[in-house]
Design a protein around this ligand. Structure first.
Ligand SMILES: NC(=O)c1ccc[n+]([C@@H]2O[C@H](COP(=O)([O-])OP(=O)(O)OC[C@H]3O[C@@H](n4cnc5c(N)ncnc54)[C@H](OP(=O)(O)O)[C@@H]3O)[C@@H](O)[C@H]2O)c1
Length: 250
């Protein structure tokens, strides 16, 4: 009997990460749901996936800002199903940073959760990914290329993740392919979510007006491209695909 392929997705308890997990699971993958604070959501998703197929999902908790926890997570991820075929670096913290008020702690949190953790996890899992001729998919942001005013550290971190995609594509070739999806506006951030807040409504309208396709993207759009890059893009490496409804054209 052939072993099932295994994907590990960081920040997968909720939102886009959870949709990526469901997408890979539907295609027959065993799924490792990494989470940081969303314990209940992670356990609910694991239960949902295991109800569909027994013993096909497991959660794994780690703070990607903590080097020791990243290291431990790497070895635990390999132990869970005994192999790894795909790593999706999706976890991220995202909040505005006023230039004059940026502390070392804020820098560290945004850089570590978006970039440093992804780098060391990729490095630590690369031996296994070479063995399985696997793939890494990084979830970036179109703001890596066109910075979002008020979010300099987040944009620096995502630009680093883009550079990491290309560097690791070279370092890990020919056995591991490394690509990225760069989403535009997919789900509103918590600050823009509030339907009763007029400022948030105006900000949402301003964003929508700049999207040629005229609407937000869906988590499924990101998951489909991540799945394509991991499983069908056999001659693709070091590439970044923008999934942004055309926003970055102007
Ligand atoms: N939403 C969009 O429209 C959009 C647009 C452009 C790019 N993106 C990118 O797409 C990806 C998914 O977006 P999203 O909006 O679904 O993400 P999100 O909800 O903002 O964050 C995903 C997860 O990252 C985890 N995380 C944060 N800090 C962490 C840390 N220190 N250690 C470990 N995990 C940590 C959180 O896990 P816990 O909840 O378990 O704590 C969180 O659920 C992100 O990389 C984001 O930058 C999203």
């Amino acid at each position: 009997m052939t072993e099932l392929k295994v994907v590990c997705i960081t920040g997968a308890a909720r939102r886009i990460g959870a949709t990526i997990a469901r997408t890979f699971h539907r295609q027959g993958f065993s799924v490792i749901i990494h989470y940081h604070r969303s314990t209940d959501a992670a356990e609910e998703l694991v239960t949902e996936l295991n109800r569909g197929r027994a013993s096909s999902a497991q959660s794994l908790q780690a703070d990607l800002c903590n080097s020791k926890q990243v290291q431990t997570m790497g070895s635990q991820a390999l132990e869970i199903f005994g192999r790894l075929d795909v790593l999706i670096n999706n976890a991220s913290s995202f909040y505005p940073t006023e230039l004059g008020e940026i502390s070392d702690a804020i820098w560290d949190e945004l850089i570590d959760s978006n970039l440093r953790g992804a780098f060391f996890l990729s490095r630590d899992l690369s031996t296994e990914l070479k063995r399985t001729r696997g793939a890494i998919v990084n979830i970036i942001d179109t703001h890596a290329d066109h910075p979002l005013r008020g979010y300099p550290i987040y944009c620096i971190a995502k630009a680093g993740l883009k550079a990491m995609t290309k560097s690791l594509a070279l370092e890990l070739a020919p056995r591991v392919r490394v690509n990225a999806v760069s989403p535009g506006a997919i789900l509103w951030s918590e600050t823009l979510e509030d339907d009763g807040d007029q400022l948030a409504a105006a900000a949402r309208e301003k964003i929508l007006q700049k999207i040629p396709l005229g609407c937000l993207g869906k988590p499924e759009h990101i998951a489909a491209v991540a799945y394509f890059l991991a499983c069908h893009g056999h001659y693709l490496t070091g590439q970044v695909i923008k999934v942004d409804g055309g926003s970055s054209l102007s």
